[in-house]
Design a protein around this ligand. Structure first.
Ligand code: TYD
Length: 236
């Protein structure tokens, strides 16, 4: 993989260069926390030297897998099958999108990755997390993110946002206790590896969250180069 620094987006914050030593960022969080909106905004701001992608459904094959996973017709899906489908989507995503982008020297931002499986299928469904980590190794070849951003919002607020967008998919329709276990799972993982995780509040306006997220990418060393007018504060 080319390791030399490359020009990043030149925007309001002035020129930035991606740090080639930290090319892979993932976004995690609960339903309606604003990840997808923020991923879109990041894509705009980072420009063509970055690839912003998502799970499930980041590839054509993954889109079919996503349909099975989120459809109410899959009510009978048992937890191990659900889990393996998420990992099938991920294996394809890593092979088809993430690894090629990294090999081309791009910064990769993925909206969800392995930690979603650990939070939702591990903590949420109660599957053995050590086994899930082994399956993760099979699916990803051991590819780990350099930074995991956890976008945090109270459960009710997230589900309200999802409701306003219209309709709850199969996962969003889970009982409140499920979402609570997922939330606790994320909190536990983030607390266990604070150097790998950055917790960012998803409250407030889209603009405010976008600024917090950008500041975190800077303060964690993913964006380097001349310091512009952007804040370098941590994200909380
Ligand atoms: P999506 O519509 O992409 O929601 P979001 O914007 O919240 O990411 O749906 C993805 C759903 O799949 C979401 O409910 C989280 C769930 N999920 C898992 O349970 N395990 C996983 O490994 C992944 C990637 C997602």
């Amino acid at each position: 993989m080319p390791r030399e620094a490359m020009p990043g987006a030149a925007g309001r914050q002035g020129a930035r260069w991606y740090n080639p030593a930290m090319p892979f960022v993932t976004l995690e969080g609960l339903e309606g926390c604003g990840k997808s909106t923020q991923a879109r905004r990041l894509a705009e701001r980072l420009g063509p030297s970055a690839v912003v992608t998502k799970e499930p459904g980041g590839t054509a094959i993954g889109a079919s897998v996503r349909e099975i996973l989120l459809s109410h017709a899959s009510r009978g899906l048992v937890a191990p099958a659900e889990s393996l489908l998420y990992f099938a989507d991920r294996a394809q995503h890593v092979a088809e999108v993430i690894r090629p982008a990294l090999a081309a020297g791009k910064l990769v931002v993925s909206d969800r990755y392995v930690e979603s499986s650990l939070a939702y299928q591990g903590h949420g469904r109660g599957l053995d997390r050590e086994v899930l980590r082994q399956v993760a190794h099979l699916a990803t070849g051991g590819l780990r993110p350099d930074l995991i951003v956890l976008l945090e919002l109270p459960i009710e607020e997230g589900l309200l946002r999802v409701g306003r967008r219209g309709g709850h998919d199969r996962m969003e329709s889970e009982v409140r206790e499920f979402h609570e276990r997922v939330r606790a799972g994320y909190a536990e993982m983030a607390a266990g590896e604070p150097q790998l995780w950055a917790r960012v509040s998803g409250e407030g306006t889209e603009d405010a969250v976008a600024e917090r997220l950008w500041s975190v990418l800077e303060s964690r060393g993913l964006l380097v180069g001349p310091v512009g007018s952007g804040s370098r504060d941590a994200g909380r």
